[in-house]
Ligand binder design. Structure first.
Ligand code: ADP
Ligand code: MG
Length: 627
């Protein structure tokens, strides 16, 4: 048997192009060839179970062998093998059409990166690293003859009689000069660890030496001998392929350690398992968050039938769950298309909402089963929950029952519980609820104490996401607004009928305003007189809630550029009913008057950490002289 032929395609020679553009990702040749070998063993097993193959199956295995001297890498399997005709069909025609399709896509794509590394080139990826590729194979079929195919990366191939005497296939790569990095044992081991670690058939790569006890020497001490054992690089039944009721907590924790050896134990996990309307298995872990959570992204590994594909799951996992760890395995995720296709893919969308639902259900279950334990974990999971609450409406629908609010008294509430708690005290005269919060309990302590004195509760909103969380709560909660505790004086935070009486006449009020205006003398500070209860502070400096939020959004790049350019504007609320104001009015010396007014103003700044530098020194000196 000898045959020469030409692979007919329009493009004269596509391999140089494949080589060039897939260069950055050329290690995937091993993934492709090893998974083909695994497929071949799975197919013979299936044929046997269908009664279409009655010979010995033997121990199904794939072997990767490196011969650095002869510059070859061989991938062997005892799968179903191929006849010469099948090589022509599957390798020359079909596999080649895959490569041709790649070329088509490549021509269409605006950006080569869009397809590189996403497009499984299958068998022909071998030519990324090899000048010559050989297939040496013997089909399982009765009376089949061994066949050999060789191709030097041009469009010419040759089929001759092969030399295999047992069922299966060897793919022999004659590694090219640019790819000699792959003739290194460590490098190959590393690639196998990355892509083949959980393949369902044992993959052997060389041997390991081990010391084994071998009788005793004359003094009765144990003797050792060196034995060689196969180096099997993979675990054929990783936990996500098992059913949850076969598994103990320990198994999940061990698997986590294996994936992320340097991480702390996870908080909890979710076992994913669907087969309709798409296929998906996996285990997602909630990690203990570190402060540098920006760097903890891309911790979810995507597999397709136990072959590692990528750890960039951006479009498959909802954005707010990108901080989770673990594995997802689905043959239904298209692996060989560009990003934009992936986003539009209906399976990907369904997978996205399935994962969202599963995570929400798990959180609801944890909350219900053990509220205390859930609260203890809130520090770590609060960020996910709030992020999901804000960014995903379906998640919001469930999360509104288990999102928690903390107040400054370290108490914890659900949204409903909190509403019940403050309804009686914090409803304004229009019937709107006003929730009061602080984002910096130290700086805003004076305001918090004033609010508490009025019987108001103050929520703690000091995590990085709380800015957005606050606006979202306001959008979602019925007839409710949120105000930062320093947005106004406590008396004015919630508009009620019961305003305290005025003790100053109109003329006196104007006089006080003038005294303060000239004492402060800064355009950014606008003085206003309010009749507050006499035990409130004499002077309070506040920034309007709306203005402050707009500026914060501008600072975070929220497109509020105009507000970003506005100078800070503060309101200086002078409490007309405070006895210090009465004293200032009755003071005859205009200098002392101005000094007292300035002193009261500086005190307000000081209590909010706004007084620094030379102004602080001046304040201290003035205090000494006033005493
Ligand atoms: P795919 O694996 O997606 O079908 P490939 O280009 O990787 O595409 O392989 C093309 C075809 O070549 C396979 O479908 C299979 O029929 C055949 N093939 C490749 N490798 C082997 C192998 N080791 N044993 C038997 N058949 C093989
Ligand atoms: Mg393949």
């Amino acid at each position: 048997m000898q045959e020469k032929g030409t692979i007919s395609i329009h493009t004269e020679n596509i391999f140089p192009i494949i080589k060039k553009f897939l260069y950055s990702d050329n290690e995937i040749f091993l993934r492709e060839l090893v998974s083909n070998a695994v497929d071949a063993t799975q197919k013979i097993k299936r044929l046997a179970s269908l009664g279409q193959y009655n010979g010995e199956l033997g121990k199904l295995q794939v072997e990767v062998a490196l011969d650095a001297e002869n510059k070859t890498i061989t991938i062997s399997d005892n799968g179903l093998g191929m006849t010469a005709d099948e090589i022509k069909k599957y390798i020359n025609q079909i596999a080649f059409s895959g490569a041709t399709e790649f070329m088509e896509k490549f021509k269409e794509a605006k950006d080569a990166n869009e397809i590189i590394g996403r497009f499984g080139l299958g068998f022909y990826s071998a030519f990324m690293v090899a000048d010559v590729v050989e297939i040496n194979t013997l089909s399982y079929q009765e009376g089949a003859e061994p066949a050999r195919w060789t191709c030097d990366g041009s469009t010419e191939f040759e089929i001759t009689e092969g030399s295999r005497t047992t069922r299966g296939t060897d793919i022999i790569l004659h590694v090219n000069t640019e790819s000699e990095e792959f003739l290194n044992k460590q490098r190959l081991q590393e690639i196998l660890d990355k892509y083949a670690k959980f393949l369902p058939v044992p993959i052997k790569f060389g041997t390991n030496e081990q010391q084994e006890e071998d009788g005793q020497d004359e003094e009765g001490k144990p003797k050792y001998k060196t034995v060689e054992t196969d180096n099997i690089i993979n675990e054929t039944n990783p936990i996500w392929t098992k059913s949850p009721n076969e598994l103990k907590d320990e198994d999940y924790l061990n698997f986590y350690k294996e994936l992320y050896p340097f991480s702390e134990d996870p908080l909890f996990w979710i076992h994913l398992n669907v087969d309709y309307p798409f296929n998906l298995t996996g285990v997602l872990y909630f990690p203990k968050l570190k402060n540098d959570y920006e760097f903890q992204r891309n911790k979810i590994k995507l597999f397709s039938r136990q072959v590692f594909i990528t750890d960039e799951v951006k479009d498959i996992v909802p954005e707010f769950l990108m901080l989770l760890h673990g594995v997802i395995d689905s043959p239904d995720i298209p692996l060989n298309v560009s990003r934009s296709f992936l986003q539009a893919d209906s399976n990907v969308k369904k997978i996205n909402s399935y994962i969202t639902k599963k995570v929400a259900d798990k959180l609801a279950e944890l909350f219900k089963a053990d509220r205390k334990a859930y609260e203890d974990k809130w520090n770590d999971i609060g960020l996910f929950v709030k992020y999901g609450f804000i960014s995903d409406d379906k998640f919001y629908e469930k999360a509104k029952d288990f999102v928690l609010l903390n107040n400054t008294a370290k108490e914890t509430f659900t949204l409903n519980e909190y509403k019940e708690k403050v309804e009686a005290t914090q409803t304004d005269k229009e019937g709107r609820l006003v929730y009061i919060y602080t984002n910096d309990p130290d700086k805003q302590d004076a305001f918090i104490q004033s609010a508490n004195r009025k019987g108001y509760d103050v929520l703690l909103m000091n995590s990085p996401i709380d800015n957005h969380f606050v606006s979202h709560l306001e959008q979602k909660l019925d007839k409710t607004s949120l105000k930062r505790v320093d947005a106004d004086v406590a008396d004015k935070l919630i508009n009620k009928e019961d305003a305290p009486e005025h003790i100053l006449t109109e003329e006196q009020s104007t006089q006080v305003k003038t005294i303060f205006d000239s004492a402060i003398n800064k355009p950014a500070f606008k003085v206003e007189l309010e009749s507050l209860s006499p035990d409130e502070l004499p002077v309070t400096v506040t920034m309007d809630e709306f203005m402050r939020r707009m500026k914060e959004m501008a600072a975070m790049g929220g497109g509020m550029g105009f507000y970003g350019q506005m100078p800070d504007n503060y309101k200086v609320v002078v409490n007309a009913n405070h006895k210090l104001i009465t004293r200032i009015l009755s003071e005859e010396n205009t200098d002392t008057r101005a000094q007292l007014a300035k002193q009261a103003f500086d005190l307000a700044l000081l209590s909010q950490g706004l007084l620094t530098g030379a102004e602080l020194t001046e304040f201290v000196n003035r205090s000494v002289s006033l005493i």
